[in-house]
Design a protein around this ligand. Sequence first.
Ligand code: PGA
Length: 249
Amino acid sequence: MRRKLAAGNWKMNGLSAQIEVLNDLINRHPAPTVDLLICPPATLVGAAATATAGTPLMIGGQDCHTATSGAHTGDISAEMLGDSGAGAVILGHSERREDHGEEDALVAAKTTTVQAAGLIAVVCIGETLAQREGGETLNVIKAQLAGSIPADAAADTLVVAYEPVWAIGTGKIPTLAEIAEVHDFIRAELTARFGADFADKIRLLYGGSVKPTNAEEIFAVSNVDGALVGGASLKAEDFSGIITALEAS
Ligand code: PGA
């Protein structure tokens, strides 16, 4: 059985005081029955890892460079994130693809680097509204999946997040049937490429406007093994509600 995962992405939000949210979450969920991950901005990774050391709450990064070190001003490596206490890195988020022109091949190279550093790669894929309305969703998902996950990917440190771009931060979510269609498709694609043993190990997260109020119905969907949560991960009360819904699913 895949252990479910509730992951939070703080994006470019949070000053030092935001660490208190982690303490609050740990107090609310001292012994969770699902895996917990929070990805704060890079500036807080070290402090967040210190605050959560010895607890079940894992800390992650939101991006990294493909190289381990070198002349890349402003970038950070997977090894650096790991050294700061991170256990995972989000890769290929649609905001990286949009803001920084990241394409599938770069995401695949980053996935290799992250796994080589011993960290979990949370690889994000998802269609835009125009692609959804144009009936292109499954084609887009197929291409992003094929391009963003390297041929030598390791199953035990790979998570895939399906995040429809139009659902991120908008309060809109696909129908439950649409989520099921994409998640079933991702599992089938991974099975076809890597085999069932590999595909059955991969947690598939849904992301995009997950809230405590819609979490229960989303977590009941086939092949949804958890969530990648943006806005609702910034407040302990909201993320706690999502964790509770996942534990009950
Ligand atoms: P949201 O963001 O929950 O605020 O919609 C999700 C994400 O971008 O990971």
